[in-house]
Design a protein around this ligand. Structure first.
Ligand SMILES: NC(=O)c1ccc[n+]([C@@H]2O[C@H](COP(=O)([O-])OP(=O)(O)OC[C@H]3O[C@@H](n4cnc5c(N)ncnc54)[C@H](OP(=O)(O)O)[C@@H]3O)[C@@H](O)[C@H]2O)c1
Length: 279
């Protein structure tokens, strides 16, 4: 049985994950993080109508060491054996001021304001998933389960798969693809606008790719780690012109995550339909 942890579960895609995890019978406990616990938001009402199966916990800031440690303590109370599906979903993209007459400058053009936004965005989108994963590992909350031996005595991949390998899904973006962004400058040197268009956000997701590969490599005997582009989704970040609803995207992403069963599946960067993307 699966215990799933979803960060940024109070709105957007995170809330879609909570609703879609509820539809999967193999998922016993769903833990959703939120930066505060208002009594009357949608996540609170889902907790109320699915007593015991969903738990709402505080993660004030995924990029802060004590916030992550505090989350680990809350998880120990709910699920002492930890989690076997971690969805690093919480993310940030600076939203330009769209009020009529306001013309925001400075962020995309190199500037101190832009550099500060790089720092914030990288901390939340790349350092945050690394820190949270490391915190869960340190607290023994992300481990192989149903196993009576220690790692060194696990002899085959099949044995590891039977032992239930924890899965870490880093929610990435198509914009993380350096391979695709490299096409931006081919030809006459006039950059294509559809690639790497939100530079700061894109660069943070490139950094998340580095984190994903680092985790996949260092955890290769104990966890499956991968990055998934969830599509262009109708959320505050993706806006209404996007292609997918949060539930459609979450359902696809979960299909991909649940198809990852053995350590051989680690180290992938795919889209929500499981199609490989160039790193
Ligand atoms: N929407 C798209 O089209 C799209 C496309 C590709 C990838 N993605 C990725 O999908 C993920 C979810 O995106 P979304 O569209 O659902 O975004 P969203 O609607 O903006 O929601 C972001 C979530 O992250 C939480 N969060 C932000 N900063 C945090 C921090 N420092 N610590 C803890 N939680 C924090 C937010 O909490 P608050 O509610 O408290 O602010 C919220 O729950 C992100 O990783 C995003 O990069 C989205």
């Amino acid at each position: 049985m699966v215990t799933a942890l979803v960060t940024g579960a109070n709105r957007g895609l995170g809330l879609g994950f909570i609703r879609q995890l509820l539809l999967r019978p193999q998922v016993k406990t769903i833990i959703g993080t939120s930066r505060s616990l208002p009594p009357d938001d949608i996540l609170a009402s889902l907790v109320g109508s699915n007593k015991g199966r969903i738990r709402r916990v505080i993660l004030e800031d995924i990029s802060d060491i004590s916030s992550c440690a505090n989350l680990a303590e809350q998880i120990k109370d709910i699920s002492p054996n930890g989690v076997n599906l971690l969805i690093n979903n919480a993310g940030y993209a600076h939203q330009p001021d769209r009020r009529p007459g306001v013309r925001e400058t400075g962020l995309s053009f190199p500037s101190v304001a832009g550099a500060k936004d790089y720092e914030t965005t990288w901390r939340i989108n790349a350092f945050g998933p690394l820190l949270l994963t490391a915190t869960l590992l340190d607290h023994g909350l992300l481990t192989l389960t149903r196993i009576t031996t220690n790692y060194s005595t696990v002899n085959s991949e099949e044995e590891v798969a039977i032992a239930e390998v924890p899965v870490v899904v880093n929610i990435s973006s198509r914009q993380a693809s350096v391979g695709m962004a490299a096409e931006m400058f081919t030809g006459d040197g006039d950059p294509r606008d559809d690639l790497y268009f939100h530079h700061i956000y894109a660069a943070s997701k490139v950094a998340l790719s580095g984190v994903t590969l680092h985790l996949a490599r260092t955890l290769r005997d104990r966890a499956i780690v991968g990055a998934i582009h969830p599509g262009f989704i109708k959320t505050e970040m993706g806006r209404l012109g996007a292609d997918l609803t949060t539930d459609q995207s979450a359902s696809h992403v979960l299909d991909v995550a649940f198809s990852w069963k053995t350590l051989k599946d680690s180290g992938q960067y795919v889209d929500y339909l499981g199609r490989r993307l160039p790193w």
